[in-house]
Design a protein around this ligand. Structure first.
Ligand code: HEM
Length: 548
């Protein structure tokens, strides 16, 4: 060490060598103690918890300690968190249950169907951790983030009866089909103009209008027509997605909270004001219309009686304040739009990569529709088992919520299998790891819809080998609506077009990017050639349309 360096590290006067070595020893011991603390299974947050005191040797939940202080925080800044956590669970032989820390937050994660079922179906995990952005956007008053209790139960009951009931879903069938027809027309136009089409926005706007219609009874033009409402809505939705998808350091490091280093609080506050004005105006318009038309007349008409009407009709103790109503309505847009659009994009990518599967699905559709080539409708779906199997296989390979989107929170101390889990622990299920596990699914990396014809696995939450909509009390309430929409639009897209890869350097790239949902990293750009004439629905024999 140079004399300059030794000046920096070792005071030159006033200390005897005995004092110096005592100080060094103390530093060394402190260093070892801190590391031993962090190197406990699960890392810092687990070491600080009472689980540590309760666990006897060998009873602690296995898991990585991660980096000092940070724990596994960096895994959550990656766009492939589900894959990283899956690999970690494997290497720690902790598929059943793995513990880890992100800053001061304790996590458990299961990559195993039995343990996943135990967690998702337990009342102990019926809460959700509320991130700062969700709180800032008032989502703690909406269904997805509301604490488990009377208010949440009430919202679930109201929406199950008035938004997600089979009768209600069926009543919007014609409208879903209309949106599908509009998407087909838009794809035609894009093909005529560019000889290729990027489908992401087509599906996103279709899906957004589908939710807006069933929830608000309103449709929007996103091309700048009919005023700027559509563009304003899209701006609000985009900003909301970004805020909810951000990994916010202050969620896990409370001391950083007041600094708002990433600007999440500031941006959420700004967005909430805009959302209040936007959704508040729709509610006011609705109130005016009801006052003009007479409320009973509106209520009698199935289509004009949308979810806003339902909320306005609530009485007495069930009545929601305007700000709660805005939170509930606004959340539906976030939950219902991108999940559907993103899944459809993945399915189409698979159809292009597997032309023989695409052709088989088209043969099935043609055989059900018959020679007159009438448009596909909801009533055809039960007769399209292969198409349904394609949707299931896509949900298996590309679940929109690979970590089941929004996690669960332990309300009180509980046990998962033999392990003690203290209240306040965040619990996740790695659905992606389960659906890619060779012990659960034969040839998990192979896209083979036929597996669902051989073994009819239920996907609505009872069989945790494939539960893309979650399970238990907080299972997705929009699952039937989401599935009906994806199946119908897929049938329309396959009936109308033969899909191929675009040859302008746009090969199908299946790279993933986990944001709020798991998206395709490279948006799908492809070619769509008409199979039936748009005017009279006749079959087009030659696929060489558009001069492409
Ligand atoms: C392909 C489509 C969809 C997928 C894959 C999906 C997936 C999920 C998942 C994984 C959860 C968490 C479940 C759990 O914790 O066990 C969830 C919750 C939720 N979903 Fe969906 N979803 C879809 C469509 C929809 C639609 C169309 C809506 C409404 C318009 C919706 C509304 C909700 C709501 C409100 C929750 C929170 C429920 C609660 O916490 O009580 N979802 N969804």
């Amino acid at each position: 060490m140079s004399s300059a360096c030794s000046f920096l590290f070792i005071p030159s006067t006033g200390y005897s060598s005995t004092v110096l070595s005592f100080e060094l020893l103390l530093c060394f011991l402190l260093f070892i103690a801190v590391f031993a603390f962090w190197l406990r299974p699960g890392g810092l947050a687990w070491a600080l918890s009472k689980a540590q005191a309760q666990a006897r040797p060998g009873e602690a939940i296995p898991g990585p300690s991660g980096l000092p202080l940070l724990g596994m925080a960096l895994s959550f800044t990656s766009s492939l968190t589900h894959r990283l956590l899956s690999r970690l669970s494997e290497s720690f032989k902790a598929e059943s249950l793995m513990a880890f820390s992100v800053g001061f937050t304790r996590f458990i994660i299961s990559s195993n169907p039995e343990t996943a079922k135990e967690i998702l179906n337990s009342s102990a995990f019926a809460d959700r951790p509320v991130k700062e952005s969700a709180y800032g956007l008032l989502f703690h008053r909406a269904m997805g983030f509301a604490p488990y209790g009377e208010y949440w139960r009430n919202l679930r009951r109201i929406s199950a009866t008035h938004l997600f009931s089979p009768k209600r879903i069926a009543s919007f069938g014609d409208f879903r089909r209309e949106i599908g027809v509009k998407m087909v027309e838009e794809i035609m136009l894009k093909m005529e103009k560019n000889c290729e089409v990027e489908v992401k926005n087509v599906f996103h706007y279709g899906s957004l209008n589908n939710v807006m219609m069933s929830v608000f009874g309103k449709c929007y033009d996103f091309n700048g027509g009919n005023g700027d409402d559509g563009l304003e809505l899209e701006g609000l939705v985009k900003e909301g997605y970004e805020l909810l998808g951000i990994f916010n350091w202050s969620d896990h490091f409370p001391l950083l909270g007041w600094l708002d280093l990433q600007g999440v609080r500031r941006r959420s506050k700004k967005l909430v004001a805009k959302v209040n004005a936007f959704v508040g105006t729709i509610i006011e318009e609705k109130r005016l219309k009801r006052a003009e038309n007479g409320h009973l007349e509106v209520a009698g008409d199935q289509h004009s009686h949308d979810f806003v009407d339902v909320l306005l009709d609530l009485e007495n103790e069930n009545r929601l304040s305007d700000s709660d109503m805005i939170a509930v309505l606004w959340e539906m847009i976030f939950r219902g739009t991108d999940t559907v659009a993103i899944l459809l994009e993945w399915i189409l990518a698979r159809m292009i990569l597997h032309p023989e599967i695409q052709a088989k699905a088209q043969d099935e559709i043609d055989s059900v529709i018959g020679t007159n080539n009438r448009p596909v409708s909801d009533s055809d779906l039960p007769n399209l088992p292969y198409l349904q199997a394609i949707v299931k296989e896509s949900l298996r390979m590309h679940p929109p919520g690979p970590l089941l989107s929004w996690a669960r929170l332990a309300i009180h101390d509980t046990c998962v299998g033999p392990y003690f889990v203290p209240a306040g622990t965040t619990a996740m299920v790695n659905m992606w790891a389960i659906t890619h596990d060779g012990k659960v699914w034969p040839e998990p990396g192979k896209f083979r819809p036929e597996r669902f014809l051989e073994d009819d696995v239920a996907i609505m939450g009872s069989d945790l080998r494939l539960a893309p909509f979650g399970s238990g009390r907080r299972v997705c309430p929009g699952k039937a609506m989401g599935l009906a929409t994806v199946q119908l639009w897929l049938a329309q897209l396959l009936h109308n077009f033969k899909w191929t890869a675009s040859h302008n350097n746009h090969a199908v790239d299946l790279s993933e990017c986990l944001k709020l949902s798991m998206e395709m990293k490279q948006p799908l750009v492809c070619k769509a050639f008409p199979r039936i004439s748009s005017t009279n629905q006749e079959r087009v024999s030659d696929f060489g349309g558009f001069g492409c």
